[in-house]
Ligand binder design. Sequence first.
Ligand code: PLP
Ligand code: 3DJ
Length: 416
Amino acid sequence: MPNRDDCLQLDAHDPLAPLRAAFELPPSVVYLDGNSLGARPRAAAARAAQVVQQEWGEGLIRSWNSAGWFALPRRLGDRLAPLIGAGAGEVLVTDTTSVNLFKLLGALLRLQHERDARRRVIVSERGNFPTDLHIAQGLARMLRQGHELRLVDRAEDIPAALGDDVAVLMLTQVDYRTGALHDMAALTRLAHERGALALWDLAHSAGALPVDLRGADADAAVGCTYKYLNGGPGAPAFLWIAPRWQGVLETPLSGWWGHAEPFAMEPQYRPDAGIGRFLCGTQGIVSQALVECGLEVFERTDMAAVRHKSLALTDLFIALVEQRCGAHPLTLITPRQHERRGSQVSWQHPQGYAVMQALIGRGVIGDYREPGILRFGFTPLYTRFIDVWDAVEALRAVLDGEEWKQERFQVRTAVT
Ligand SMILES: Cc1ncc(COP(=O)(O)O)c(C=O)c1O
Ligand SMILES: Nc1c(O)cccc1C(=O)C[C@H](N)C(=O)O
């Protein structure tokens, strides 16, 4: 079993180690929550100042053209595309993940309705991130055509749920609670064999592991930029549409930014021929601009190297927790098999909330999800092997010393 010096050696030989300098991280903190909010790229502060002072302050309205503001959602989409196995002109950075889900699910349901109106079921997992399910529920209610959500409790039950009434299989590739990774290609193939379309949420996979949307033959996808892509709090999300559906799918949010000629100011909506039709209205440019700082860092490595380190970090974390905290009631809920694991590790503990607060009190930042889940995200661009060691030592101290029993660690905050 590795010791602290071994971890330092692993860092010394890590080809990704130099990338940590691209991020601002407090020296006293071990940050293991990049699966919720990624760390700040150092370049983001200067970029924000440039947008606010020069582009907005001096350029004023001219900056929509001269600073490329109007083109940002497409330009960022093209820059993000290689990370998710997409091509140029197939991705937009825009709106939120929830809103993009609404647009794409609405578009896919409409397409299926035209092909076979009996297909009115959306299949997903009960454990999917709540917003995905809420958006589907809201759409189904709004459409008033008898659409419904069919939820399975276990991934093994997905095939049986894909009956001939299914319109869309809507899944999140990496589960936000357990970190379990779906086989996107196999499930998409199965959906297609059954006549359904496949819509993927990449919130916990984009920037965390190699994603191949085209290779998997997926139909559409959404994802966040504020997690592993380090775009900043509330940074705009992204959406992808398969080449075969470009110019075919219609957005239910037909706003002027998606018009073929926004500045023709026509009263009649006429969609852009390509991905642009999935824009809706004016974008938050300060937030958009910062996404670029996160994407730039990925251009200094490749996703195979990121995945290699991610698995090494999560393997080490699992092994050390089992060895050094083995006397405590911690249950691993993340799959051990590499092909089934994203870039996070989750443990269930009867006092999970208080344990996480005590850990944060020691400067080791993960987060907590119901029921009783301690969640640790590993971002290979900036997480070191020594961070893994120090996090496990802090967890051991919290558990051995029963620090979590302190009153202050029982207080529930709004965001956990
Ligand atoms: C799988 C998944 N989808 C969507 C979201 C969030 O969507 P939004 O950015 O619209 O709040 C999250 C996390 O917040 C998530 O984990
Ligand atoms: N989107 C978040 C937010 O608005 C506030 C706090 C956390 C988040 C998150 O991203 C949570 C995250 N999607 C999760 O997996 O739980």
